[in-house]
Design a protein around this ligand. Structure first.
Ligand code: UGA
Length: 443
């Protein structure tokens, strides 16, 4: 199959690279000339494990190329994927579809033969109808089938998720698209990845329903962790006890500082707006959005409390600035909210992240950046584990303590064991571990 991928951001690049690895011929298009030049030289605009190798290999084999020339890429394609950004619109939180619609109009002008137009970007229900309308209005002769094919990959595990998906969802209204989509995903179909065909609107909603449900699941365990602290229970054991029930499942039950990233915050908000528009409010999702925002802010207060109620002039070291490990993405990262509240309270901030420091530099004003976790800890009054990168999971606690001014650790991801950390002389604060009846705290 010949595929044109419009938009060389996270989803576009990963999908393009993986499709070419399946053996399809893929042209990735972006209107950012510098990004395309860099990609042609094998330089990645994002950090994603394994992506560079996959791109360099498939480009060398001639199956993957990068261009700013949308017209020729679309003219040759059997399928054109729209993978441009859909950020939250400033002011009202609706998904901003400007990039999607302008891509649709541009694509329409370049259609030569029957082409399947596939929306991979996360778009609100009904967007496929509008894309089809724009294409027909721009070029009445264009012979197209407009399909929804949401992407469920996670940053940091994107290639694995793309190649081993739990499911492939395809929403279509024109049966001519079915064999094309089946052929594109045939390599995964052979791996038994279930392929589900639905109507276009159903498919669009599946994406929002999935992300919102996962955000709700995280928020549930986060609230449960607060209750655990009050009643003297252990949230990790509660999560395990719940997760062993197959109907609930163990994943996405890790209590933490609140979810962040480029998807959950934006998609939950967009679903809330859509639901309000259709006069069918999603109150659970509304509450999720609200609770998560407040939680991120509460984490700053938690650090202040761990420091004895006052951080003025104190040096606080933040380990992990990305919204999750294995990415350089800091969008809506809890680290940003926590940093701002600590800074406002008068703390001196030092941060370290294996990949996200360049992105953090322009966003977290007043933070100094360290060379590594031990460097960050020098003279610190408190160390906060914000993101659970593997390299923060087994720090040499003796060494860490020896360089700190005051040995206080706030572990917002529960990566350490209390007995181990306190044995090294730290005051230790974790998430969701309450004092038991005998006065001890487990976990
Ligand atoms: C999410 C979904 O998991 C993907 O399926 C989806 O394709 C993607 O959004 C998208 O719409 O593009 P992603 O945002 O990359 O993926 O990251 P997640 O691994 O889902 O984590 C999101 C946030 O939830 C992170 O801040 C993470 O720390 C937090 N989280 C996750 C928890 O606090 N606890 C958990 O148990 C799991």
């Amino acid at each position: 199959m010949r595929i044109a991928m419009i938009g060389s951001g996270y989803v576009g690049l990963v999908s393009g690279a993986c499709f070419s690895d399946f053996g399809h011929t893929v042209i990735c298009v972006d209107n950012d000339q510098r990004k395309i030049e860099a990609l042609n030289e094998g330089l990645m605009p994002i950090f994603e494990p394994g992506l560079k190798e996959l791109i360099v290999q498939n480009a060398a084999d001639g199956r993957l190329s990068f261009t700013t020339d949308l017209d020729s890429a679309v003219a040759q394609a059997d399928a054109v994927f729209i993978a441009v950004g859909t950020p939250s619109r400033r002011g009202d939180g609706f998904a901003d579809l400007a990039y999607v619609y302008s891509a649709a109009a541009e694509i329409a002008r370049s259609i030569r033969q029957f082409t399947v137009i596939v929306t991979k970007s996360t778009v609100p229900v009904g967007t496929g109808d509008e894309i089809e309308r724009i294409i027909r209005e721009t070029n009445p002769d264009a012979d197209v089938a407009v399909v929804s094919n949401p992407e469920f990959l996670r940053e940091g595990a994107a290639i694995k998720d793309f190649k081993h998906p739990d499911r492939i969802v395809v929403g279509l209204e024109d049966e001519r698209a079915r064999p094309v989509m089946t052929e594109i995903y045939r390599p995964l179909y052979l791996n038994q990845a279930p392929m589900m065909f639905t109507s276009r609107r159903t498919s669009e909603l599946i994406k929002y329903a999935s992300n919102s449900f996962l955000a709700l699941k995280i928020t549930f365990i986060n609230e449960m962790s607060d209750l655990c602290e009050r009643v003297g229970a252990n949230v990790q054991e509660v999560a395990r006890g719940m997760g062993l029930d197959n109907r609930i499942g163990a994943k996405f039950l890790n209590a933490g500082p609140g979810y962040g990233g480029s998807c959950f915050p934006k998609d939950t908000l967009a679903l809330v707006k859509t639901a309000q528009d259709f006069d069918s409010p999603m109150r659970l999702v509304e509450a999720t959005v609200d609770i998560n925002e407040k939680r991120k802010r509460a984490m700053g207060r938690r650090v202040i409390a761990a420091c004895g109620g006052d951080v003025r002039g104190k040096r606080i070291a933040l380990l992990g600035l990305a919204f999750k490990p294995d990415t350089d993405d800091i969008r809506d990262s809890p680290a940003i909210t926590i940093s701002l509240s600590l800074r406002d309270a008068g703390a001196k901030l030092v941060g370290y992240d294996p990949e996200a420091m360049d992105n953090a530099r322009s966003v977290i004003e007043g933070m100094t950046f360290a060379e590594g976790p031990y460097d960050a800890a020098i003279d610190a009054d408190c160390i906060v584990v914000v993101t659970e990168w593997s390299r923060f999971r087994a720090l040499d606690l003796g060494r860490l303590k020896s360089v700190m001014r005051t040995p206080v650790m706030v572990d917002l991801r529960n990566v350490y064991r209390r007995d181990e950390v306190t044995r090294h002389g730290f005051s230790y604060f974790s998430i969701g571990h309450g004092q038991q009846s005998d006065g001890t705290i487990k976990g």
